[in-house]
Design a protein around this ligand. Structure first.
Ligand SMILES: [Fe+2]
Ligand SMILES: [Fe+2]
Length: 263
């Protein structure tokens, strides 16, 4: 099973050559599914959503998406009263999608909130949803959201999503394998049990960089991530933009044991 994690596309601030390169690379890498972590747009404008949607559709693979904070409108009244209107109209009517596809189970959570622009929120109802949607057996269980549940080494002072603790507790109890996030525009991964004491399962926290926008952090380039599952071995391959194409840079192999995942 091969998955691609693509996030923070930020159409409206996209780099055209990188968009074309991302489409070509997704076609070539041929993942079974593309998991999209939000911030599809800069300003939640219709034309920006359409451009993001066009990229996802043209890669020719099934995709599953959640919204990011930039996918809520800037206009205060619209943001407060109809925050996901354009997203649900132009991307997916279901902002919290579930996937049961062969051995794969995915739950996407919508974490942006009109009044929590920076950190976002996983509320009690969403934590319960993790338990119900991700229960049962699967080869790989993935929780997909926009806001981070761990600090990357590159940006150790960023705000984490509110409610991360209860969400990860529910995820651990449901047997989640990987939690995918974006928002920080850097590539990072971690054993979540090392930073969230009390979890009874070792889950992989994985953050991908901005896939195709100009909003790259110092020292980073555009990137996305491939996850290759073979039995109890998961290879995480960061594909970075360099010299007009995406190339594999860091490859990390994780191994599954009864308690979860370790190097
Ligand atoms: Fe972003
Ligand atoms: Fe964001």
């Amino acid at each position: 099973m091969r998955l691609a994690h693509v996030t923070d596309l930020h159409f409206g601030s996209e780099e055209a050559a990188v968009v074309a390169g991302l489409r070509a690379d997704l076609i070539e890498q041929n993942p079974d599914r593309v998991l999209v972590g939000g911030d599809l747009t800069m300003r939640a404008r219709d034309d920006q959503f359409r451009a993001a949607r066009e990229l996802l559709d043209s890669a020719g693979r099934p995709w599953t998406c959640v919204p990011g904070n930039h996918d809520l409108p800037l206009d205060r009244l619209a943001r407060a009263t109809r925050p996901l209107d354009a997203y649900e109209r132009l991307v997916d009517a279901e902002a919290q999608p579930t996937v049961h596809d062969g051995g794969l189970r995915v739950l996407g959570l919508s974490t942006p909130r009109p009044y929590l622009w920076k950190g976002g929120l996983i509320d009690a109802g969403q934590a319960e949803l993790i338990g119900s949607a991700l229960a049962g057996a699967a080869d790989l269980k993935v929780l997909l959201l926009h806001h981070p549940v761990f600090h990357s080494p590159q940006r150790p002072h960023e705000t984490l999503v509110h409610g991360a603790g209860r969400a990860l507790q529910a995820a651990a109890e449901a047997g989640v394998d990987v939690v995918l996030c974006g928002h920080d525009h850097v590539a990072a991964q971690i054993d979540l049990a090392t930073v969230w004491p009390g979890l009874n399962r070792r889950m992989i926290g994985l953050m991908s960089g901005t896939a195709c926008s100009r909003r790259v952090r110092a020292g980073e380039s555009q990137s996305y991530t491939l996850l290759d599952l073979a039995g109890d071995r998961l290879s995480i391959i960061v594909r970075r933009w360099r010299d007009d194409a995406f190339h594999s840079s860091d490859v990390t192999v994780w191994h599954r044991s009864p308690g979860g995942w370790g190097p």
